[in-house]
Write a protein that binds this ligand. Structure first.
Ligand SMILES: Cc1cc2nc3c(=O)[nH]c(=O)nc-3n(C[C@H](O)[C@H](O)[C@H](O)COP(=O)(O)OP(=O)(O)OC[C@H]3O[C@@H](n4cnc5c(N)ncnc54)[C@H](O)[C@@H]3O)c2cc1C
Length: 495
């Protein structure tokens, strides 16, 4: 291998890392990225995504600015709506229970559209997220949750394109190269120590950007910081995000920040493998629960499936499922909604049973108390407010009356067979706790809250943005905004 020299080293090769690398390179810096995974497993959690990305926009003209390929027909047949910066702020404040760091949040929201344009200008492509974020009403697509775009090609498309663009502009990417630690002289970060195979070597740099993901794939840290039971969760994405980036920064005195006991976790197929499977991507998730109900081993419902749009509940319901007896739930649907279930319900690798009657279904729900389930179904069906019209594109208020665990929207009587049921457990996506950064430079702060010269961070391992919950599509946006910010500052400092 030729000797590695770079002004800026980026640790990781996920979306945040590439955005940092692009921005540093735009400042005239030479950039080398170290990716722990071998090339065929590269791309971190970013590669596992569907590519949904949340940004503020004022209407169809803004959508056209980032999707210039939209056809006249698509524009005519789609109501993209708008998603103002104020709405983005409101969502961040509401779902994090007003804990999100105001400076980080403002930087994210105010730079979201600009960063989309920057990515588009760099050659990334976006398409409308018709399949997952819109419903077709009277022949027109209507977006319902402020989230209208996804990266072309989903997560694999992101990594393929970002890798191609990086290589085209001379950014070096080293695979199978795990950064072990930061080289630090007591004041400034001067480079990194890397392990590849049996070889360990130092690489000097003027700036280092850590974009190495959270600690979701580390059983021991999960149990230590998220709490007992989290060792039992399945990992939705990369097996390589074990907290290395966070640990190496803490080792030189960086400040921990944010919701260290919190994470993003969803309902995920009960029989999914221990870590994500790139061939299946995010399709082990089962996100159509607002259209049905979920029951646990006692046969009882345990959560308001219709509390809010899916984008604002899915990331916290994984935890709720983890807390159920034996860490599982069954999602139940009838014929009225089965055609509306998301594509992920129709994959081959699915834990599913179906039956013509509820009694028959009860016999097939492995691990569930039959009598408890049938009594729950009756109580639920009797409680549905059938006089309120059903409309999945708005919070329709068609709820239940008189139940201990209400369903607030989209409640339908479940009585039309054949019925379908899908078994889920908890799948962890990423952890919320991490490093403290200066919001407008991405510089890592030390425990005295002073910037550590030469050290920057971006992506999942930035603490302080998300607490308890998360608005869908914000992870990729956060990686892009803070990656660009960190790369910009790291490249400028290295110049
Ligand atoms: C199944 C799934 C679906 C998702 N869907 C969406 C979605 O649609 N929209 C959205 O916004 N978010 C989504 N997310 C969340 C999103 O993936 C993350 O928020 C985002 O991709 C994180 O980007 P990142 O660059 O910070 O981390 P990653 O993409 O995880 O990259 C971190 C990289 O660092 C590398 N690394 C780790 N340790 C080292 C080391 N010591 N040395 C060198 N390299 C190291 C890893 O191998 C990895 O490649 C999803 C996540 C999953 C798992």
């Amino acid at each position: 291998m030729s000797k590695i020299e770079a002004d800026v080293i980026v640790i990781g090769a996920g979306n945040a890392a590439f955005c940092a690398a692009f921005a540093a390179q735009e400042r005239g810096a030479s950039v080398c990225m170290f990716e722990r995974a071998p090339e065929d497993e590269c791309g971190g959690n970013s590669r596992f995504t569907a590519g949904a990305v949340r940004f503020a926009f004022n209407g169809v003209d803004d959508v056209k600015a980032i999707m210039p390929d939209l056809s006249t027909e698509e524009i005519a047949n789609t109501d993209f709506g708008a998603y103002s910066e104020d709405e983005f702020f409101d969502d961040m404040f509401r779902v994090t229970q007003y804990r999100t760091d105001a400076d980080l949040c403002e930087h994210l929201v105010r730079n979201s559209f600009e960063t989309m344009k920057w990515l588009q200008g760099r050659g990334m492509r976006f398409v409308p997220s018709y399949g997952r974020q819109a419903f077709k009403i009277d022949g027109r697509f209507r977006f319902w949750g402020g989230l209208c775009a996804e990266f072309w090609g989903g997560g694999p498309g992101i990594i393929e394109e970002e890798t191609r663009l990086a290589k085209e502009c001379g950014i070096r990417v080293e695979y199978g190269a795990r950064v072990l630690s930061l080289n630090y002289d007591g004041h400034t970060v001067t480079g990194v120590k890397v392990k590849r195979g049996s070889e360990v070597f130092d690489v000097a740099a003027k700036s280092v950007v850590i974009a190495a993901g959270g600690f979701e794939a580390n059983h021991e840290w999960r149990t230590r910081y998220l709490g007992p039971g989290w060792d039992l969760a399945k990992v939705r994405g990369s097996r390589f995000n074990t907290g290395d980036g966070i640990r190496m920064a803490l080792d030189i005195g960086a400040a921990p920040y944010g919701n260290w006991s919190g994470c993003h976790a969803v309902g995920w197929d009960r029989n999914a493998p221990e870590f994500g499977d790139l061939a299946v991507g995010d399709n082990f998730q089962k996100h159509s629960y607002p259209l049905g109900i979920m029951v646990n081993a006692t046969g009882k419902r345990f959560v308001d499936e219709g509390a809010d749009f899916r984008n604002y509940t899915y990331a916290k319901y994984g935890h709720v499922i983890l807390n159920q007896p034996d860490q599982f739930a069954w999602q139940i649907f009838d014929q009225k909604v089965i055609s509306m279930l998301r594509d992920e319900y129709r994959i081959r690798e699915v834990t599913k049973v179906s039956a013509n009657t509820l009694e028959e279904l009860a016999d097939k729900l492995e691990g569930v108390d039959k009598e408890g389930f049938l009594a729950e179904m009756k109580a639920y069906n009797d409680a549905v407010m059938t006089d309120v019209p059903f409309d999945p594109t708005v919070k329709d208020g068609r709820g239940t009356q008189g139940l201990t665990v209400p369903k607030s929207n989209w409640a339908n009587v479940i009585d039309e067979g054949p019925f379908e049921a899908y078994q889920v457990t908890c799948g962890i996506t990423f952890t919320f706790g991490g490093l403290r950064i200066q919001h407008d430079t991405g510089q890592v702060l030390d425990v005295d809250l002073q910037p550590i010269p030469g050290l920057y961070a971006a992506g999942e391992l930035v603490g302080g943005l998300f607490y308890f919950n998360y608005p869908g599509g914000t992870g990729l946006m956060s990686g892009a905004v803070f990656g660009r910010t960190a790369g910009n500052a790291a490249g400028t400092a290295a110049g």
